[in-house]
Design a protein. Structure first.
Length: 393
């Protein structure tokens, strides 16, 4: 398609696959797999370390912390996608929802169950039920239920799951209970459970997640890896509410909890500023694993150019005639133009460092690059991003 010059998309103007440099690993699988070079974050070493642990049937527990926008979420997505290509894992990435002061761990549990999804959870429970019946025989319902409770290591979960044998049983009733969505007394009576998970002790909720990890390993032949991101959204919890998270995380991050891997991620300027719910018992357990507490630091000025080069290579349209664009750009500026930096000049990279200031983080770099590109095209009508473009954008 041929556009008037002033209407031509920015992507076509600069030979890119998209109109900006902003990365969104949550929405774009390609972005999740991409990772620009950072000497302060050895992503390949981290992937290898996790691959070794998971390959040895261990369950790594990790805390990722650092400045907001520094790349923690992108790091976790990259790790899980790479591990998923190499090992039989089921990654569950859970963004912590916004919390009130009195929010308890059940809120995060509910969000986790949404990510696990009803069909998957019910399939796990059916696998356990079939296993129990197969073990004791179809003619021994009481023994089958008892066996199911043993498999689940939880009598309420075992009895509730056994209801799946009833022909007219509504599976939604089981899902409402097991996902802590809240059940009526009549529904709990039908399930034959002693209490509603909505009001359950956080230790019990954590144990249920561990049970799912065990079932995944036993019936799906895979490892469950849970990543809890944006935990800084729970910074304002009162003491009692924070205690429920601490209790649950203490269970989930225990080195003996070998059926589930757990990654925690939170924004913090210093390690001591992590949310209060990540208490000393949790940090101690994380510290017991090799490299269990990992800082994703701000970038150094020396890291900017390699990072930008990788990002440009990723965003550039591979089918573009780059020599033609560079020849055109050279008629518009006297600044140095290099193929691996185009559409930015060498001088523009230095301006990017100044523009982002002392806190050099990927989010700011991507935003500055995007705005400067748009300024060069929309305001200057130039096919190159110069130092002036960056300064004025």
């Amino acid at each position: 398609m041929i556009y008037p010059v002033d209407k031509e998309p920015l992507s076509k103007w600069f030979g890119l696959k998209r109109s900006n440099y902003v990365l969104d690993p949550r929405a774009n699988e390609e972005d999740a797999l991409f990772y620009a070079r950072r000497t302060s974050v050895d992503i390949n070493k981290q992937i290898t370390d996790l691959e070794i642990s998971l390959g040895a049937n261990l369950a790594p527990k990790k805390l990722y912390w650092g400045t907001s926008g520094g790349g923690k979420t992108h790091t976790i997505y990259k790790l899980l996608y790479e591990l998923g290509d190499r090992l039989p894992i089921i990654p569950v990435l859970v963004d912590c929802p916004n919390m009130t002061k009195s929010s308890t761990f059940v809120v995060l549990f509910q969000e986790t169950m949404k990510k696990l999804k009803m069909d998957f959870v019910i399939s796990l429970l059916r696998d356990a039920l079939n296993d129990a019946i197969k073990d004791v025989g179809i003619g021994n319902p009481e023994l089958a239920e008892k066996k199911l409770c043993e498999i689940m290591e939880n009598e309420d979960l075992g009895r509730a799951t056994y209801c799946l044998t009833q022909t007219r049983f509504d599976v939604m009733t089981l899902w409402k209970w097991v996902s802590a969505a809240g059940t009526t007394s009549r529904e709990r009576s039908e399930l034959r459970v002693t209490s509603d998970l909505l009001d359950a002790d956080p230790r019990s909720l954590a144990q249920i997640l561990l049970t799912f990890g065990k079932l995944v390993k036993k019936y799906k032949k895979k490892s469950l890896v849970m990543a809890f991101d944006e935990l800084d959204r729970a910074k304002g919890l009162n003491v009692d509410a924070a205690g429920t998270f601490s209790t649950a995380f203490t269970v989930l991050t225990d080195p003996t909890a070998s059926d589930i891997s757990v990654f925690l991620s939170t924004s913090a300027e210093r390690q001591r500023d992590v949310p209060a719910m990540i208490t000393k018992p949790v940090l101690t357990r994380l510290g017991e694993s090799i490299g269990g507490i990992i800082e994703i630091p701000v970038m150094t000025p020396q890291e900017v150019e390699p990072f930008v080069k990788d990002l440009i290579k990723y965003v550039r349209d591979p089918g573009i005639n780059i020599k033609k664009l560079i020849d055109l750009a050279k008629t518009e500026t006297s600044e140095q133009i290099l193929e691996d930096l185009y559409p930015f000049t060498k001088e523009a990279i230095e301006s990017i460092k100044l523009k982002v200031g002392k806190e050099i983080i990927p989010r700011h770099i991507c935003m500055v690059m995007s705005r400067a590109s748009s300024y060069a095209k929309q305001i200057e009508k130039m096919h190159v991003v110069t130092s002036k473009s960056v300064e004025n954008s």
